[in-house]
Design a protein around this ligand. Structure first.
Ligand SMILES: Nc1ncnc2c1ncn2[C@@H]1O[C@H](COP(=O)(O)OP(=O)(O)O)[C@@H](O)[C@H]1O
Ligand SMILES: O=C(OP(=O)(O)O)[C@H](O)COP(=O)(O)O
Length: 397
């Protein structure tokens, strides 16, 4: 990695603003997978051991610039303190006089966790005022939030305008592993894209078509494509604004000789709940009043066969609503295929990592990345804003 890390600078006695990605999956107020918190521990422990004063900042969910009570970071703070076996101070704000006072009074080795930075509209707008307010707390900016490094926000990019910026250990590790796998990809190279962030993920597909041999589309993302192919999709997840783009990608895949594979069947349900009435139907036979919540068994087999003949697989986004057992089978089938294949396998994303954990196959995957969208954008060949702002290592003569 050509970026400076926390090992390349003096952190002792420094006030460090450390951006982490504690955007963990939650269900009914409980953290269902704490991998992203555990992944940041080496950086936090190192900073504490070196005698820094550590101010942690993260987002949780998408509160869109407003305070959303369920998206406060109290649960996260509790879990972090347990994992660190050290008390931490959780604040109810991320900026302001009280925060400044608390940070000013910190001793070497203390840890403060700020409130969800996305409660402030300036965060996603990358507002210089907010970025400067964050920078005022600290002498050094450490970005360890790989999963959010594709966002140009005040706490991921803007802050680096004002104070020196370096990478944390998680960021460093992600860039090394992903960089190595993607520099000279083994072939056949397959990407699997699913999940629910349709608007975000559809945008990456154009560039993926220049990188991969095969692109499998599942999860909620698939139905905008299925609609673009002229089929009825009932009440399935759908982005009407993206239909033309989906049509364009289907055509481009053909021109570029990329195998673009869509579901051929789906498990549909009469409502979005753990135990609705379900049916398995062909992709061109989704009933009007039903919604597709998982890929069907024929698609699962098709995807599994493609995975087993690949040499490199990068997967982001579950194949169905895996949080409900009834719709987890497609995701499990693809996870099993990945576990059994010889391919170098990378699974990225908060929910995708949780799904792999739930399938019990975590140890069989070569790399579980903390970033879904971030790893896809890295794969596209983009320079990610949260990485671009970090100081470069001096070139050796
Ligand atoms: N067919 C579908 N319809 C609705 N939601 C879906 C569907 N398939 C998957 N999902 C949802 O996608 C979510 C994860 O999407 P996303 O955030 O894009 O993945 P990741 O966090 O791994 O990047 C899960 O909560 C899952 O329930
Ligand atoms: O969960 C995240 O991304 P991911 O779902 O692509 O893994 C990151 O925390 C970024 O969140 P965002 O997509 O709301 O900016």
């Amino acid at each position: 990695m050509n970026k400076k890390s926390i090992r390349d600078v003096v952190v002792k006695d420094k006030r460090v603003f450390c951006r982490v990605d504690f955007n963990v999956p939650m269900q009914e107020g409980t953290i269902t997978d704490d991998r992203r918190i555990r992944a940041a521990l080496p950086t936090i422990k190192y900073l504490v051991e070196q005698g820094a004063r550590v101010v942690l900042a993260s987002h949780l969910g998408r509160p869109k610039g407003e305070v959303v009570e369920e998206l406060r970071l109290d649960q996260v703070a509790e879990r972090l303190a347990q994992l660190l076996e050290q008390p931490i101070t959780k604040l109810d704000e991320a900026v302001g006089i009280e925060v400044e006072q608390k940070v000013k009074n910190m001793q070497a080795g203390d840890i403060v966790l700020l409130e969800n930075v996305r409660f402030y509209p300036g965060e996603e707008q990358n507002d210089p005022g907010l970025a400067r307010a964050f920078a005022n707390f600290a002498d050094l900016y450490v970005n360890d939030a790989f999963g959010t490094s594709h966002r140009a926000h005040a706490s991921t990019a803007g802050i680096a305008e004002y104070i020196p910026a370096v990478a944390g250990f998680l960021m460093q590790r992600e860039l090394e592993i992903l960089g190595h796998a993607l520099a000279n990809p083994k072939r056949p190279f397959t990407a699997i894209v699913g999940g629910a962030k349709v608007k975000d993920k559809i945008g990456v597909i154009e560039n993926l078509l220049d990188k991969v041999d095969t692109l499998l589309i599942g999860g909620g993302l698939a139905y905008t494509f299925v609609h673009a192919m002229g089929h009825e999709i009932g009440r399935s997840l759908f982005e009407p604004d993206k239909v033309d783009l989906a049509k364009k990608f289907i055509q481009q895949a053909d021109e570029k000789n990329v195998r673009l594979v869509m579901p051929i069947d789906s498990v549909v349900a009469d409502e979005f709940s753990p135990n609705p009435r379900t049916e398995t139907v062909a992709i061109d036979a989704i009933p009007e009043e039903m919604r597709a919540l998982d890929i069907g068994p024929k698609t699962a087999k098709l995807f599994a066969d493609i995975v087993s003949s690949s040499k490199l697989v990068i997967w982001n986004g579950p194949m169905g609503v895996f949080e409900f057992e009834k719709f987890a089978q497609g995701t499990y089938a693809v996870a099993r295929a990945l576990a059994e294949s010889d391919a170098f396998s990378i699974v990225g994303g908060g929910d995708s990592a949780a799904a792999i954990e739930q399938s019990g196959l975590t140890d069989k995957v070569d790399h579980i990345s903390t970033g879904g969208g971030a790893s896809l954008e890295l794969l596209e060949g983009k320079e990610l804003p949260g990485i671009q702002v970090l100081a470069d290592k001096e070139k050796e003569d």
